[in-house]
Design a protein around this ligand. Structure first.
Ligand SMILES: CC(C)(COP(=O)(O)OP(=O)(O)OC[C@H]1O[C@@H](n2cnc3c(N)ncnc32)[C@H](O)[C@@H]1OP(=O)(O)O)[C@@H](O)C(=O)NCCC(=O)NCCS
Length: 206
């Protein structure tokens, strides 16, 4: 099993460690974080900061993963890893469902019970969190995040770095703009402008 290092040592990193353990695809050998939550998470040591990336690459670690929940930071750190010569695999929990026609970008993450439906595309560093459903033809932009328990009907587009808050429902064909935030529990029945912050049933600007 090839080694992999994670950028990030917070709660989200714990989840990512268990996704790789469950999938068996990579052995998580260390975490890099300037302000780690603890010296080790689930038995994986914090090695230091991203300054160690060149040394790890020289030691033969080819793969890395950004285990950070914040969308803009995750995107920036993805660029750091690519510039340092790492490959960013997708991470898929074995209890997720990925349709044969769906595509997953580099460094994207599908948690347990997530569904990525027919002809969907999840961009690089996108997250489909626990139990979230992205139905057919969904497009998830780079570093976007569909939070736990969301339901995106068919043909929904989520822009780069947008967050669809936990438990939201999104009507078919809706576009959620770049950097938008949809509050927890929203029912999104109209397009959401880039950078907007909406919530409620039906969702309105907050
Ligand atoms: C929408 C959200 C971003 C707003 O956060 P915030 O800026 O800290 O807002 P506050 O908690 O200060 O609330 C501001 C107002 O918006 C309302 N509000 C907050 N979240 C709301 C939501 N999800 N739906 C409807 N109204 C909401 C509050 O009641 C409050 O109203 P008031 O001023 O009348 O009292 C946040 O509440 C949210 O829902 N985030 C989603 C988080 C999530 O799912 N993350 C995934 C992690 S895996």
């Amino acid at each position: 099993v090839p080694p992999i290092v994670l950028l990030g040592a917070g709660p989200h990193a714990k989840v990512v460690i268990e996704v790789f353990r469950a999938s068996g695809a990579f052995d998580v050998v260390g975490l890099l974080d300037p302000a780690p939550a603890a010296p080790a998470l689930l038995g994986v040591p914090v090695l230091g900061t991203e300054d160690l990336l060149p040394a790890l690459r020289r030691q033969g670690v080819e793969h890395a993963f950004v285990a950070v929940g914040g969308n803009a930071l995750r995107q920036r750190l993805g660029q750091v890893l690519l510039a340092a010569g790492f490959r960013l695999p997708g991470a898929i929990h074995p209890a997720a469902f990925v349709a044969p026609s769906a595509r997953l970008g580099d460094g994207a993450l599908l948690m347990a019970r997530a569904v990525l439906g027919t002809d969907c595309a999840a961009g690089p560093l996108a997250i489909v969190n626990t139990g979230a459903v992205v139905d057919h033809d969904g497009l998830l932009g780079p570093a976007s995040h569909v939070a736990p328990g969301c339901t995106l009907a068919g043909n929904v587009t989520v822009g780069a770095r947008a967050l669809v808050g936990t438990g939201s429902a999104v009507r078919p064909g809706i576009t959620i703009g770049e950097d938008a935030v949809v509050g927890a529990g929203a029912a999104v029945v109209r397009d959401v402008a880039a950078g907007a912050r909406v919530g409620g049933v039906p969702a309105r600007p907050l």
